[in-house]
Ligand binder design. Sequence first.
Ligand SMILES: Cc1cc2nc3c(=O)[nH]c(=O)nc-3n(C[C@H](O)[C@H](O)[C@H](O)COP(=O)(O)OP(=O)(O)OC[C@H]3O[C@@H](n4cnc5c(N)ncnc54)[C@H](O)[C@@H]3O)c2cc1C
Length: 338
Amino acid sequence: MILINEADRSNYTNVWVVSEVLSGNIQPVTHELLGAARALADKRGCGVWAVAMGSGITDQARSLFAYGADKVIVVDDARLSGFVDELEARVLVRLIKKYKPEIVLCAGTTRGKALAPRVAVRANCGLTADCTGLDIDADNGDLLQTRPAFGGNIMATIRSSNHRPQMATVRPRVMKAPEPDPGRTGEIISESLEENDSVKLKRIIEIVHSGDSTVNLGDAEIIISGGRGVKGPEGFELLRRFAAKVGGAVGASRAAVDAGWIPYSHQIGQTGQTVQTKVYIACGISGQIQHLVGMQSCDFIVAIDKNPDTPMMQLADIAEVGDLFEIIPEIINEISRV
Ligand SMILES: Cc1cc2nc3c(=O)[nH]c(=O)nc-3n(C[C@H](O)[C@H](O)[C@H](O)COP(=O)(O)OP(=O)(O)OC[C@H]3O[C@@H](n4cnc5c(N)ncnc54)[C@H](O)[C@@H]3O)c2cc1C
């Protein structure tokens, strides 16, 4: 393993965000990462750069200034359309060697998880996957990368002091996207592919979208989520009625999913989905850390539980102590009366 020396370390500067591009569109997780990058860069006194790789991406790339980017490196080439992580990794490593960023952030998505490890290996730097929190040691630029560890039993803060750049992935909806400032501008740096750049190892034949489209946790503004306290599939029928009344989606804890009361596609948490809704209503969910990491960024949290002392009840903006089988029908009746 090659360790970086003090002199080399100081050659690395700026926080980079690798834009998440799907079907030719820059995804909202890029804005969330830019918000986090801006906070880190302001503490460190450096700039925020975004990297946008894709086909016909230049115009969209300009929108990234509004979310906090100072410069955007654009690599716009038809060979970069679709899911071409091999080629993107090659390009990104080249850019890293040329411009020497101190930190590189990628989305913890399927695409980001395919891209970031390829880059980390070739750039000889560490990679901390699925971070739920990021901070920086302003003196030496060490990225403080927090994520669940040891099966989610502890939250570990990891430093990659001996390597530059430092790379991390962050899941969608863990960080809040900043309000865009349309008046913000910056510099576009255009970079090109090399003549012999191509994808050699694989060919994408078709992209098939799977999953239950009625779950839609990612887009929901309200989630009614149930745990072991819901006691069975019938309990989830009650939550579905509640969700239908408020136009929400239904989520679940792993305990409820493991019990077979509701499919995995509804699971929220470390091994499920991460959500960032306006309202999250936890019904009979105690709020173990593995669940909280998937929903703690929601704007307003309501908890209904018999036990007032659970972590979820402590976290909630409104904590309703009692039996959910009495409280939820009352709420549904109240809403029906309005
Ligand atoms: C590696 C790993 C990954 C994990 N990933 C996830 C994950 O992604 N998501 C996840 O959720 N968990 C995950 N877990 C499991 C997690 O540790 C907890 O076991 C799980 O979240 C507990 O689910 P729960 O809150 O529904 O159940 P419990 O902890 O049993 O809580 C049930 C709650 O219901 C309340 N209750 C009971 N009856 C009623 C009633 N009638 N009315 C009102 N309240 C009632 C109880 O007071 C209690 O607070 C993971 C664990 C590990 C080790």
